[in-house]
Design a protein around this ligand. Structure first.
Ligand code: ATP
Ligand code: MG
Length: 342
């Protein structure tokens, strides 16, 4: 990660995950693992369960409540420490939604229409999709900019939304003649910034994918993880000994990327070790590695979920800490815009 952009903004990390289902291996390698690493580098970190984003597609209320607590447990079990980082749920900090409304007036319809996530999630049924799903990136810009966050660790799929966040900040600053919102940098690092579905190497692994076999859930037991990896779609060839040999082999590349991310190695380092192996040998090795890395996390999540009052206490305290930052930034935004009585 490069350091803060040359500006007057203090380096501050923000990111969020939707409680839209159980956490996946993609969420872990692309986001959670990176979050705890950034926290441990000593950066100021703010992490959010973005429940207002989750309801842009239908969520059963009881499941949403459970998913929000389970997601919080997932953050903590992955190494995010509520004593070092601020952890809270989005709806408990109303300034996110308030700033999002201002950004709805700054962002343009055309910007939203170009978003890949909108096209993927609304699909052919765009007329029936919620207005919230369309406006999702304006709320995401607000999530980030209500903290004047300078760095946002995300998976590759969110890069376009961070670019839009920069467009919103630039247009706001320009329209009102201020230098108030920073140009946030995406931090997309590691070997697995885009973990693919185990059933289809052209599709990203997602917690909302209807097929459970497409993903590894952080709560899957050892047998389930091993079975899903064994059944993962692959081709009949042996693994190559250099990264170039993975170019037209998305499924093979995905499994090697996952191995590299777990072991903090480069693709070439992994291939130097496993090049020439058949999947019959590589898959059980990967399964053992995945179980060894994930089972302490799922055990800790289960332990934390035994006492939801402790999780709720952590979220409530995090929301208070968050509001100490968001309230003055929203107040200043209202003043800039000319809204009286803020
Ligand atoms: P949904 O299907 O509901 O959109 P999701 O699995 O895409 O769920 P999000 O809450 O949208 O999860 O994203 C949380 C974080 O996880 C983001 O930083 C996103 O970039 C990252 N992420 C999601 N899927 C992957 C993936 N397959 N590989 C790497 N990172 C991912
Ligand atoms: Mg997503």
């Amino acid at each position: 990660m490069t350091d803060a952009p040359a500006s007057h903004f203090t380096p501050r990390v923000f990111s969020g995950i939707q409680p839209s289902g159980g956490l996946t291996l993609g969420n872990y390698l692309g986001a959670l693992k990176r979050f705890s690493e950034m926290q441990d580098e000593g950066r100021e970190c703010i992490f959010c369960m973005v429940d207002l984003h989750a309801i842009t597609v239908w969520q059963d209320p009881d499941k949403l409540r459970h998913n929000t607590r389970e997601l919080t447990a997932g953050f903590i079990a992955s190494g995010v420490d509520p004593e070092k980082s601020i952890l809270f749920n989005q709806s408990a900090v109303p300034e996110h939604a308030q700033l999002a409304w201002i950004f709805n007036t700054v962002a343009r319809m055309g910007w939203m229409q170009r978003m890949t996530q909108w096209k993927d999630k609304a699909g052919k049924n765009a007329e029936k999709a919620s207005l919230g799903l369309f406006a999702y990136p304006a709320l995401m810009a607000a999530d980030i900019l209500i903290y004047h966050a300078t760095h946002v660790p995300v998976g590759e799929d969110q890069k376009q939304h961070i670019e839009l966040t920069r467009d919103v900040a630039a247009k706001f600053n320009h329209d009102y003649g201020v230098d108030f919102f920073p140009m946030t940098e995406p931090v997309i690092e590691g070997a697995a910034t885009r973990v693919m579905s185990l059933r289809d190497g052209s599709k990203k692994m997602s917690k909302s994918d209807p097929s459970d076999a497409s993903r590894i859930n952080l709560t899957d037991d050892a047998d389930t993880i091993a079975k899903k990896i064994r059944k993962a779609k692959t081709d009949p060839d042996a693994l190559p000994s250099e990264a170039k040999g993975l170019e037209d082999r998305p499924e093979a590349r995905n499994l090697v990327n996952i191995y590299a991310a777990f072991t903090n190695q480069s693709i070439d380092q992994v291939l130097a070790e496993v090049g020439g192996q058949q999947f019959g040998t590589f898959k059980p090795m990967l399964a053992d590695l995945a179980v060894a890395k994930l089972s302490p996390i799922s055990t800790e999540m289960a332990r934390l979920l035994n006492d939801t009052s402790e999780i709720d206490r952590i979220l409530a305290r995090g929301a208070e800490q968050a509001r100490d930052i968001t309230a003055p930034i929203l107040k200043k935004t209202y003043e800039i815009v000319g809204l009286v009585g803020a």
